[in-house]
Design a protein around this ligand. Structure first.
Ligand SMILES: Nc1ncnc2c1ncn2[C@@H]1O[C@H](COP(=O)(O)OP(=O)(O)OP(=O)(O)O)[C@@H](O)[C@H]1O
Ligand SMILES: [Mg+2]
Length: 300
């Protein structure tokens, strides 16, 4: 049998695409392996374990007097500042302290926890918010600690802010408060979408992640002002990804810092040199939802 000339090169193309797919899969696997190295475990470097213990203690101080079980929003000003890693590692430290913890991936736009924790299930928060009967079956063990469960984000919905701000979401949090000491919410960044802002009032406080060498004063200030206008309780600031060289600790490459309210501007200073523009495709990819300035409240 003879193929006509129109098939010339077809097999080369199929092979090329196959190879490309294989390479992409390899790169993704390597990236995942690298990312999972940031997860806290008993073999993590001493200074990282200590920094997270300090973070846990300080969060507990900041939450003192709040309800018995605590809901904590983890957010930042912009993308890729370390919210998801911080939320997960904070959850792990609470679990290590014999607390029952559930981490919810509330980033319904750029979800991360299912990948980080390698949870295969498709069922997650968005599904629960459409059908509350799914709550129990969407709770998954993380495999990292017996005290730590997770609800992944689920199918990406067209209306994340509405779902997160719904009465159903409130009810889900109330129900989880009954069974867990800590409910940690991994949220999108404040300056990109309103999601974290709608969750803040249903939480006991907000933990704000700042990434050294990346986060900048303007966006951070803007985000903090948004939270303040909304009367959210800011528990504190996590200074993530500080290079240890010359910064005092000197144990290896990274350290995590925790800075109490009013104390987060590190000695590095934050500048405008990179010029963040909100229009240039941060990958939240659903159109930047501009936030109308929240109504200014009188200071108490
Ligand atoms: N301290 C750190 N040391 C090394 N890598 C880090 C650190 N913090 C974050 N990263 C890496 O930076 C990337 C972004 O982290 P992460 O996903 O936690 O950020 P995010 O703020 O949740 O991002 P997004 O806005 O997309 O939700 C990941 O690849 C993560 O592994
Ligand atoms: Mg994230």
């Amino acid at each position: 049998m003879k193929f006509s000339g129109q098939f010339d090169g077809l097999f080369d193309e199929v092979f090329r695409r196959f190879k490309k797919k294989e390479n992409t899969a390899q790169t993704e696997a390597q990236e995942l392996e690298l990312e999972r190295k940031n997860l806290l475990n008993p073999h993590s470097e001493f200074f990282i374990r200590e920094a997270y213990k300090t973070l846990r203690t300080n969060v507990n101080f900041a939450l003192a007097g709040e309800s018995k079980s605590k809901v904590i929003v983890v957010t930042s000003s912009l993308q890729s500042e370390g919210k998801s890693i911080t939320a997960l590692n904070l959850s792990i430290t609470f679990a290590m302290a014999e607390k029952r913890v559930i981490l919810i991936d509330c980033d319904l736009r750029r979800p991360k926890q299912a990948r980080l924790l390698q949870i295969q299930s498709k069922k997650g928060l968005s599904n629960i918010l459409l059908d509350s009967n799914l709550l129990q079956s969407a709770i998954k063990p993380t495999g990292l600690h017996e005290n730590l469960d997770c609800i992944i984000s689920g199918a990406i919905p067209p209306n994340p802010s509405e779902l997160l701000g719904s009465v159903r979401m409130e009810k889900v949090l109330e129900e989880l408060r009954q069974n867990y000491d800590y409910v940690v919410l991994d949220c999108p960044p404040i300056n990109m979408v309103t999601d974290a802002m709608v969750l803040a009032p249903h939480s006991d406080g907000v933990l704000f992640v700042v990434r050294a060498g990346q986060s900048e004063k303007g966006p951070v200030t803007h985000a903090v002002e948004q939270l303040q206008y909304a009367n959210a309780k800011i528990l504190g600031f996590v200074l993530n990804d500080v290079h240890a060289e010359g910064s005092g600790y000197g144990y290896g490459k990274y350290r995590y810092g925790y800075y109490r309210r009013n104390g987060y501007y590190s000695s590095r200073g934050y500048g405008y040199s990179r010029g963040y523009g909100y229009g240039d495709g941060y990958g939240y990819g659903y159109g930047y939802e501009s936030q109308p300035p929240a109504e200014k409240q009188e200071a108490p």
